[in-house]
Design a protein around this ligand. Sequence first.
Ligand SMILES: *[C@@H]1O[C@H](CO)[C@@H](O)[C@H](O)[C@H]1NC(C)=O
Ligand SMILES: *[C@@H]1O[C@H](CO)[C@@H](O)[C@H](O)[C@H]1NC(C)=O
Ligand SMILES: *[C@@H]1O[C@H](CO)[C@@H](O)[C@H](O)[C@H]1NC(C)=O
Ligand SMILES: *[C@@H]1O[C@H](CO)[C@@H](O)[C@H](O)[C@H]1NC(C)=O
Ligand SMILES: *[C@@H]1O[C@H](CO)[C@@H](O)[C@H](O)[C@H]1NC(C)=O
Length: 351
Amino acid sequence: MLLAALYCLLWNFQTSVGHFPRACASSKNLMEKECCPPWRGDWSPCGQLSGRGSCQDILLSNAPSGPQFPFTGVDDRESWPSVFYNRTCQCFGNFMGFNCGNCKFGFRGPNCTQRQFLVRRSIFDLSAPEKNKFLAYLTLAKHTTSPDYVIPIGTYGQMNNGSTPMFKDITIYDLFVWMHYYVSRDTLLGGSEIWKDVDFAHEAPGFLPWHRLFLLLWEQEIQKLTGDENFTIPYWDWRDAENCDICTDEYMGGHNPANPNLLSPASVFSSWQIVCSQLDEYNSRQALCNGTPEGPILRNPGNHDKARTPRLPSSGDVEFCLSLTQYESGSMDKAANFSFRNTLEEIYLKI
Ligand SMILES: *[C@@H]1O[C@H](CO)[C@@H](O)[C@H](O)[C@H]1NC(C)=O
Ligand SMILES: *[C@@H]1O[C@H](CO)[C@@H](O)[C@H](O)[C@H]1NC(C)=O
Ligand SMILES: *[C@@H]1O[C@H](CO)[C@@H](O)[C@H](O)[C@H]1NC(C)=O
Ligand SMILES: *[C@@H]1O[C@H](CO)[C@@H](O)[C@H](O)[C@H]1NC(C)=O
Ligand SMILES: *[C@@H]1O[C@H](CO)[C@@H](O)[C@H](O)[C@H]1NC(C)=O
């Protein structure tokens, strides 16, 4: 799917992550196109009584158009989020979030004024209890319904332009799987028509900022879920690894001896069900992923299918990528191999 994706139309990336606050999923919100929920601290919309933010019309820059998406008015993600909402909370100072109830990344405290530095650590530098805590957080997120967000299971048109809302609960972990699906899914044009050359998060300048925001939001949801305000996602340093060295039962799951595409039964992840994997099936129904479990995790880790992934990236690959000074080359030129973004994304696709 990532390889098939051609373009990202980066319109307003701050809000294009695809969050639907539970508090804004009613037909009233959709008909009025307003999403300005109360902040729990004072119950005023956007915490405005406490000076956290205010409810404002959204301002969008003009959407670029091009051969990658020769349409207007057919996809709910165009000029995000204006198909669903045209008034949202604009937060002041260090406040952030759909109701200005959160602090901007890097700040905390009752008024979001304390600077907070968090450090991401190599997964192999975690002690066994720290590593087990990380796996326990993932398991908890996989099984806990998101209190704050729901997913739409139909397009705006399928919701009769908002008069019949179609939203569903989803777990915190699966919410992020769903968001990644939603931003890169194909456009449903009705009948049996699909437009595949659209992607709002890959193979274009938005790749890095979109995924950075995505991971920060995921980290923040885990912090809120667990009360562990210092939680950070550990990283895997795959440079020069001969094999997928986190593909063991202590870490992200070893191979199932009976079927190398499945995880070992001893892994905590072997009981997980994936969501949002049946893209052609949704397309054939002109439907969206609705979060239904779709079977066990299938994996092609770096060392399994040598044809698909001959090797993990080397230190040399990383040095080369870091030596590139041009962030993006040309106007979304797929043949321009040697921009920083394009080279980095190729490394990402290898992993
Ligand atoms: C926002 O949407 C509502 C409902 O469709 C409409 O009445 C209003 O004029 C829109 N506001 C702006 C600023 O576009
Ligand atoms: C936070 O801001 C409010 C309103 O400005 C103020 O009354 C309160 O004392 C502040 N709290 C702290 C801990 O700074
Ligand atoms: C939804 O809005 C579109 C565009 O304004 C309009 O053409 C269509 O008839 C509306 N559909 C319903 C069910 O209201
Ligand atoms: C988070 O880290 C800070 C120091 O940076 C520490 O003061 C605080 O107690 C930690 N919080 C928790 C919940 O461990
Ligand atoms: C990109 O790579 C292809 C294949 O290696 C090569 O033919 C092409 O000239 C390269 N383009 C640029 C802009 O370097």
